[in-house]
Design a protein. Sequence first.
Length: 401
Amino acid sequence: MNILVIGNGFDLAHGLPTKYGDFLQFVKVINQVVEVNNQQDWEAVHWSGLHPEIIRFIIEVVDSKRENWSVVEKWRELIKDNFWFKYFDQCDMHGNENWIDFESEIAQVIESITDRMERDGYNLYSLEPCIKKKYLNEYESKYKVVMKIIDNLTENKNEIRFIDMRNMLEKDLNRLIRALEWYLCEYIDKMEIRMKSNDIDSINADCVLSFNYTNTFSRLYQVKQKIGEKDADLFDYIHGVADINKELEDNNMVLGIDEYLSDDRKNKDVEFIIFKKYYQRIFKGTGCKYKDWTDEIKESRKTTEIGLRDEYPAQIPFQKFTSRHYIYIFGHSLDVTDKDIMKDLILNDNVYTIIYYYNKNDLRTKIANLVKVIGQDELIRRTGGSTKTIEFKLQKDMAKI
C-alpha cells in the first residue's frame, strides 16, 4: 500500500497563496474595501502582499454592479470586532507560512487564561466575577493577553467572568474558521493551477491522508482505485474540508491547539477542550480513515514478525517482510501537534517512509521536528544500516502545466 500524506506545503508548492499570512492580508484588504465602499477609489486600498489573482477576484466582485456585494458584506460580519483577527494583527504575523505558529498564538491565549484561573483558584463556572477592570494595572506582563480579551468583551462591564471569555473566544474562533472556509472556496479553489509535481505522479498513491482543507490533490491527481472501493474511502481529510454550501454551525474544519496540560490534569481539566484538535476532530466528525490503513499495515506484518523476532529483537529489516508498505510525506512540517498520527504511520517495521523536503533549511526543520515525534534513538535507527526505514528526499522542480 502506498499512502501519501500532504500538508499545507503541498498547496504552496502548487503556487497557491495558503499561508496564514496570505489569509490575514486578505482579511485586511476586505476590511478596507468595505470601508472605502467605492469601486473607483482603489488607491485607498493597500494591496501589497496579496496575490495578483486574488486582487483580480476582489475587483471583479466590486465591478459586477454590486450584485455580489452581499458576499463581501458577509465577510465583513465574520471579521468585524473579531478578537482573533485583532490579536493576530497585533502579533505581526503577516508574511509567515506555517500554520503551526498561528496555532501557537491561539495556545498562548488559552494557556494564559487557564494559568490565571489556577493561580486565583477559580473554575470556569464561578458565578462571582473573576477580574475587576479597576485592578488591571496590577497585572504582571504575563497576563497582557488576558487584558486584551477583557477589553474586547465590552468597555461597559467592570467585572468579567471566565465563562464570558471562553464563550467569546469560541464564537470568534468559529467565525474565523468560517472566514477561512470562504477564502479557500471563493478564491483558492477557483484559482488556476499552473504547475504539477512529478514526485506525486510517480508515487501512484493508493490513498491520501490530507491535513489540508482544499481539494487541490483531486483537481490534479488520482489515486489507484481498488475493485469495490469508492474514492471517498481512499481520502482522509483529517482536518475537514472547506465547503461553501455549509452553514457556520455545520463547518467541519479543524483549527485548534495541541494538548498543553500535564498528564494528571488533561483528563479532568476540560474547560477549554473545545479549542483542542483531538476534540474538534471528534465533535466535527472528520473521521479517522487512516486508522483502517494502519490496522491493515499492522495486521500484514504479524506472520513475518513472529518468525523473525528472535533473530531481530530490536527491529526487523524492512526487506525481510513479505508485505511491505510505503508512506510518502509531502509538504507536511512533521510538527509535534500531529505526533500521534505520524507515529502510528511511521513506527512500523514493514513501512518505508519517504519525506520530501524543498531546501536545506526545510530539511533541518523536518529532522528536528521528527526527533520530537519519534525520538532521537528511533530516528538514528531508522535512517541508516540494514534497519533503515526513513529516507529524506529532495523535491523535484515543479513541472509547468
